[in-house]
Design a protein around this ligand. Structure first.
Ligand code: AMP
Ligand code: GLY
Length: 428
């Protein structure tokens, strides 16, 4: 079948590499894609929110399935758009409809959903511009640090962890009264600060049953030893040693099953990925999972460590999602360890350099490269994003995976390149 994959990051490059192995694939199109995805299919210059343009392309090229990488088209309703048009409604979209996408598109919606279905999460209260004064009073009753979250999508910047009451009050005012994050902060969730270790758990669902994909740990800070500014993610590893069978059983029983059942009870159709961002808090009974957030897509750079561990045909699994017979499909996961090191451009996550020529990709020894912010210019690979290229190694143990991915990251060169040398170090 012909498939259109939407997105242009390392996540989509990892998806593309895996989909290209499938016996079900005829032609893969990636919109807009990057220099890496073009080795697995044909890049198409389409905007992710141009639903009409996407539809016209799909009809002209007999596309039979759409796989959505990032959240924005989902939150804006690409799946609903396809269902509403009689000439498109037979084409499956992997990714939830607008209502389900609210799990990521609205923090208030996702918190209400968790409370309603008894899913463990941090205590919270939501405030709007009209209730700003109540919000300021509420802050005075809370422990520090305290977490403020813009309700809507804010390009990953909408979460603030405030150490002082003064800071929290100023930020709440900035968000509600001065629209710090625009429309996204017209509602703010004030949330208890959780302590523990973070973990990303991924589920694929057809709305009836689910498959738990390999879990991963993401390294969000720019600097060695988890210091400095937050980024989209500087690396990942999978599996995560502390997420043992006992912990994952708690996650399945307390979080995954109530989430899938909750969607059913609330009549929210859902076909696609659910990314559950967890805090594993210590207790006398080991670690306990609390949900920090849902995302309605895979994580990036988690996908670059998750996909190499999936041995089953990814398109076959997507067909199971589309046909609502996912429970009949097999998910085979490699017991090996994957580590991903993200190479970024100098200055990221602030202003960064672009248009730098990459070299050394052919020199990788025990890793694969998943392109993120790259483009081809007359056959030459150039950087065009902050996160430029992800290097993933799959090995028998975590140490070897990390060592090989890090050593191979060092074999890639471009002006101003930077990567963290300590990905996975905290887990060994
Ligand atoms: P998000 O933008 O929702 O991914 O949140 C960004 C990061 O903020 C998360 O990955 C956590 O590291 C942190 N965070 C969010 N909520 C909490 C919380 N309630 N307690 C502690 N850290 C949090
Ligand atoms: N790596 C975190 C995210 O994709 O949101």
């Amino acid at each position: 079948m012909n498939i259109l994959l939407l997105g242009s990051g390392g996540r989509e490059c990892a998806f593309a590499s895996k989909m290209a192995e499938s016996r079900h694939l005829s032609q893969l199109y990636i919109a807009p894609g990057n220099a890496g995805t073009s080795t697995y299919g044909k890049n198409i210059n389409l905007k992710l929110t141009d639903f009409e343009g996407i539809a016209a392309f799909v009809l002209k090229n007999n596309v039979e399935m759409i796989v959505v990488g990032p959240e924005e088209p989902l939150v804006k309703g690409i799946h609903d758009y396809f269902l509403e048009r009689s000439d498109l409604s037979h084409i499956p979209v992997i990714g939830p409809q607008k209502e389900g996408a609210q799990l990521e598109g609205s923090k208030d919606f996702s918190k209400q959903f968790m409370i309603k279905h008894g899913i463990p999460t941090a205590a919270f209260k939501s405030f709007s511009k009209a209730s700003l004064e109540d919000g300021l009073k509420y802050l005075e009753t809370q422990k520090l640090p305290i977490v403020l979250k813009a309700d809507g999508l804010a390009a990953g910047k909408g979460v603030l962890i405030c150490e002082t009451l003064e800071d929290a009050k100023n930020e709440l005012k900035a968000m509600l009264a001065d629209a710090k994050f625009g429309e996204a902060s017209s509602t703010v969730v004030i949330e208890e600060f959780l302590t523990g270790i973070e973990l990303s758990v991924f589920v694929l669902t057809d709305g009836k049953s689910y498959k738990i994909l390999p879990e991963a740990k993401d390294y969000k800070r720019i600097g060695e030893g988890d210091t400095g500014l937050n980024t989209g993610g500087m690396g990942s590893v999978s599996p995560v040693p502390f997420a043992d069978a006992k912990f994952m059983r708690k996650v399945e029983e307390r979080v995954i099953i109530p989430t899938i059942e909750g969607l059913k009870k609330d009549n929210i159709p859902y076909k696609g990925f659910i990314f559950i961002g967890l805090m594993a808090a210590s207790s006398a009974d080991g670690k306990e999972p609390f949900v920090i957030e849902y995302n309605v897509r895979m994580g990036d750079p988690e996908t670059e460590s998750v996909i190499p561990r999936i041995e089953s045909d990814l398109i076959e699994l997507f067909m199971g999602v589309a046909d609502e017979n996912l429970s009949e499909k097999e998910l085979k996961i490699s017991p090996k360890f994957a580590a991903t090191v993200m190479i970024v451009s100098g200055g990221y996550p602030g202003e960064y350099l672009k248009g730098k020529t990459l070299s050394g990709i052919e020199n990788l020894r025990n890793s694969v490269a998943f392109h993120a912010g790259t483009e081809l210019e007359n056959g030459v690979v150039k950087s065009n994003g902050g996160r430029v290229i992800a290097i993933t190694s799959l090995q028998d143990n975590l140490f070897d995976a990390v060592q090989n991915a890090t050593a191979d990251a060092g074999r890639i060169y471009f002006d101003g390149r930077y990567y963290r040398p300590d990905i996975g170090g905290d887990l060994m």
